[in-house]
Write a protein that binds this ligand. Sequence first.
Ligand code: PAF
Length: 282
Amino acid sequence: MTTPVLLPTIAALRAQTRLWRDAGESIALVPTMGALHAGHMSLVQLAKQRAQRVVATIFVNPTQFAPNEDFNKYPRTLEADVARLAEAGADAAFHPGAGDMYPDGFCTLVSLRGPATAGLEDRFRPTHFQGVATVVAKLLLQAMPDVAIFGEKDFQQLAVIRQMSTDLNMPVQILGAPTVREADGLAMSSRNVYLSDEERAVAPILICSMTKAAQRIHDGEAMEAALAPARNKITGAGFEIDYLEVRDATTLATVQGRYRPGLRMLIAARLGRTRLIDNIEV
Ligand code: PAF
């Protein structure tokens, strides 16, 4: 088992990654907000296949939370996270303080159109993606990795990050990794801990209903007709749906009609005080 080097500052990260680069070693970055679970570990595994050194970042990024969101109660479990990274074989854990990332006088935000304004998450979290793009741009510039890995669970986020790195000519390969699910299909998320036992029991209705709708679309049914029973089932189980839509998997543009290759179904829905997101290929 490797004990990851703890890098509490940007200066420490830069010094460590410079040593690896000077030795000719490739670097993969796995950005996270901590509260690591098996989904994150799969990102580390993929990173290990793609580069000689793996740096996981742990930073609950304040700029991607709106004032009414869960920034203060977001789980912070640094010790357990480092233990998991050791098991997974990460070489370093970068866990900067907020003052290091956003010192007094900080005034730059990275803001995108395109996938960031697709009318999905951005309709409900209008400032979210500029916070994500800003912190990811910073992390990429700080670590200068060869490759950076993000989960497909946050599908719109992945599209935003791909667009940003292309537009800003960042010399990094952005890789998406498949969503890891619990045995009953619920997508793993650090926010699943907010669910009560009763809510946790009904939560898999999301993926069950989406899978059935995707099959109906695949079998030739019109998209809106195939989504209607899924909406009924999900709201009947107590969820409030923010969106449940089929989109172009690459551009996230709206689509209509019937099946064609390259479609993605995306959902965000609230159960009690917990907001869950998920997506699947159609
Ligand atoms: O997906 C996340 O955990 C975060 O949005 C990220 C990419 C680490 C940026 O804070």
